[in-house]
Structures are given as C-alpha cells and as structure tokens.
Write a protein that binds this ligand. Structure first.
Ligand code: 5GP
Ligand code: ZN
Length: 115
C-alpha cells in the first residue's frame, strides 16, 4: 500500500525506532507514547485492520502477540503491560495497517475504559 504510513516504515521510507524485525513482523516505538513503554507490533504484510485478518494470518497474529510481549518486557514492562488493538471507526483506529499496542512501565495504568 503506497500511501500507508506503516508500510512506509516497513520499507524504510519513514524512519522508526525499531526494537525487533524479522521476515514477518516489525516492532517499533510509538511516536507519541502514552506511557514510558509504548510499542507497536505490526505485520510486514499490509492488513488494514483486525477485521480484515484471515485464517492465513493466524500465524503472524500469534507472532505479534508473543514477540511483542517479549519486547515489552525487554523494554521495561517487567510487571505487566496492556495490549490493545483499535479496530475501525468505532474502535477509533487512526492508522489503517493492523498494529498491536504494548503499553506499560513502572506505574499501574489507569482503568481501560471510563464507565
Ligand atoms: P491507532 O489509533 O490507529 O490504534 O494508533 C496509531 C498509533 O500510531 C498512534 O499511537 C500514533 O502515535 C502512532 N503513529 C502514527 N504515526 C506514526 C509514525 O509515523 N511513527 C510511529 N512510530 N508511530 C506513529
Ligand atoms: Zn500498510
């Protein structure tokens, strides 16, 4: 996807602070962190959102969670973290290239949603 910002990060057209890369996925630091640790784990393949993921994406989805978790711990989330995927308009997704947020740090995070 030529106009996708995360595809441009995958291609190296836009710089990012990478913490992990292999043939399938990339993990990098969010440019506007909401906590001391805020990583994004993305598939290198353009998948617009979780709603567009297919059964053939199951392996890469598992890898995003497993590797992203290890990277969050390595970056300082030794006592837990929050994992979040925003999907579509209702989920307030801003970048339409599937990404998993890993958010944490030393402090306990606020409640996930206001009631
Ligand atoms: P969403 O709301 O789609 O779940 O989250 C998109 C995330 O991407 C936001 O947290 C935003 O800060 C991050 N982001 C947007 N553009 C860039 C960028 O160019 N580089 C990096 N590292 N993060 C970005
Ligand atoms: Zn993309």
């Amino acid at each position: 996807m030529s106009d996708c910002i995360f595809c441009k990060i995958v291609n190296g057209d836009i710089p990012s602070s990478k913490v992990f890369e292999d043939d399938d996925i990339l993990v990098f630091k969010d440019i506007n962190p909401v906590a001391p640790v805020h990583l994004l784990a993305i598939p290198k393949k353009h998948i617009a959102s979780l709603a567009e993921a297919t059964p053939e994406d199951n392996a890469v989805m598992g890898k995003l969670l497993q590797v992203g978790s290890q990277m969050a711990i390595e970056q300082g989330c030794t006592d837990g973290f929050r994992t979040l995927i925003n999907t579509g308009r209702v989920g307030r997704q801003e970048v339409y290239h599937l990404h998993v947020h890993f958010v944490g740090g030393p402090e306990v995070l606020p409640p996930m949603l206001k009631r």
